[in-house]
Design a protein around this ligand. Structure first.
Ligand code: NAD
Length: 426
């Protein structure tokens, strides 16, 4: 490939999550001296599909929702990435999340590219029937670009195994036979994998353990604060408590709870299941989502949405390790402040890569119709996460940069190599 001119004027601001993603790539491109043509190629999504999704609501009326599927890069294999149902979904957010998936799959070295999907909707205000109607029609609209060899969706914020089952069924009905490999995060009864429900959290635990060991901090009793008590955060809390960490704070969209001596996580999960929120958990004090980020702990786990650790609050963080179970929780300016302060940030593409790794195992099992035991899944997951942590730390040391830049150096180099080797078609 020959050289190209790169206009970075759009990538200076971090108000926009897509510009933030591009800026992260630009920085690492300079760090690893990336070929400018490959850099330019990687700055944009391969394919963007916007769809209108008409849905029959329970009152008999139709409502039209907007949905997206973005495929960022497929140089290393079919693209992979979750589908988010949330009122704040934007095309730029989906583009950023798709790019991050490319890096994440490359970092853990699984043969996938990156994609993401989203529908602008409020699933909390919809009935199960309305959600099913929305999911089935959205699947139909994006079915022209998804498939086990093309692009494989998965769960993300406010999408569940049941929603994955509807995606699998809709796609299969259209083709006339069962195609479980079109989507991951499915229920086990229809081709889901053992261990997938806790995979993101388990992967996060493995890299936090590695980070604790590398910093020489004892695990037993180390205090943990978790923002976002959903799939990623709740299971992280559960597994970390079992491992010997003390969970001092947890929150969700309605607020948070704090207990200096540690929350009983099993009871907190039961409370969340019974009431829909962690708020009001007996024996705890209330804590705001903002204060939770600054509470006294060794490990902070942002496990909700993007852009929560900013230039304004990064100096208040007291944790020694920030493990990004969520995607994009730390703004680049905040990254620099945390690095200066000696706080180790385990970047999203490393800390939450356990989900896509076990999704990869699920896809492999579906294609082979051969299913593995959970011990086997967890053993392979641990190997992959431990290796990704070591490679990230190695590159961070080599370039004297933070772990995010270290992880990007590993991931972008792998994608760049595949992209350059394949060359430009036609
Ligand atoms: P989820 O819907 O299961 O949980 C999200 C949680 O965040 C809920 O408890 C919700 O109440 C809470 N929340 C929402 N808005 C909040 C706010 N403003 N403040 C505090 N809490 C808030 O979603 P999830 O699957 O756990 O995803 C959470 C994050 O983890 C996302 O960034 C997602 O992209 C990332 N992630 C998830 C997976 C996975 O396998 N589930 C994999 C990789 C990354």
């Amino acid at each position: 490939m020959t050289t190209a001119t790169i206009d970075r004027s759009a990538a200076q601001s971090t108000d926009n999550v897509w510009q933030m993603a591009q800026r992260q790539l630009d920085e690492v491109a300079a760090l690893i001296d990336l070929n400018p043509s490959v850099h330019e190629y990687l700055r944009y999504p391969k394919r963007v599909l916007e769809v209108s999704v008409p849905v029959r609501m329970d009152d008999g009326e139709f409502k039209v929702f907007t949905g997206y599927r973005v495929q960022h890069n497929m140089s290393r294999g079919p693209s992979k990435g979750g589908i988010r149902f949330h009122p704040d979904v934007t095309l730029d957010e989906v583009k950023a999340l798709a790019m991050w998936m490319t890096w994440k799959c490359a970092l853990v070295n699984i043969p996938f590219g990156g994609a993401k999907g989203g529908v602008i909707c409020n699933p909390k205000a919809m009935s199960m029937q309305e959600l099913e109607n929305l999911t089935r029609r959205f699947t139909t609209e994006i079915s022209i670009i998804i498939g086990p060899e093309k692009d494989i969706p998965a769960p993300d914020v406010y999408t569940t195994p049941q929603i994955m089952a509807w995606i699998m069924d809709t796609f299969s009905m259209q083709h006339g036979y069962s195609i479980p490999g079109v989507v991951t995060g499915k229920p086990i009864s229809i081709g889901g994998s053992q261990g997938r429900d806790k995979a993101t959290a388990r992967g996060c635990l493995y890299v936090i353990d590695e980070a604790m060991n590398s910093l020489g901090i004892p695990i037993q009793g180390a205090r943990v604060a978790i923002q976002g008590f959903g799939n990623a955060g709740l299971h992280a809390g559960e597994l970390m408590a079992q491992r010997g960490y003390t969970i001092v704070a947890a929150s969700d969209s309605r607020g948070g709870v704090y207990r200096e001596r540690g929350l009983n996580v099993a009871e907190l999960i039961a409370h969340k299941e019974a009431t829909g929120s962690v708020v009001g958990f007996e024996g705890s004090e209330p804590i705001s989502n903002r204060d939770l980020l600054a509470c006294r702990c060794e490990v902070l786990v942002p496990a909700a949405l993007e852009k929560v650790i900013t230039e304004e609050n990064a100096r208040d963080v007291k944790a020694k390790i920030v493990a990004e179970a969520a995607n994009g929780p730390t703004l680049p300016e905040a990254d620099d402040i945390l690095f200066e302060r000696g706080i180790m940030v385990l970047p999203d593409i490393l800390a939450n890569a356990g989900g896509v790794t076990v999704s990869y195992f699920e896809w492999v099992q579906d294609l082979q119709n051969n299913f593995w035991e959970e011990d086997e899944i967890n053993k392979r997951l641990k190997q992959i996460m431990t290796r990704a942590f070591a490679e990230t730390a190695d590159q961070a040391r080599r370039y004297n940069v933070d772990m995010r830049r270290g992880a990007y150096a590993v991931a972008v180099s792998r994608v760049a190599e595949a992209t350059a080797k394949r060359g430009l078609y036609p």
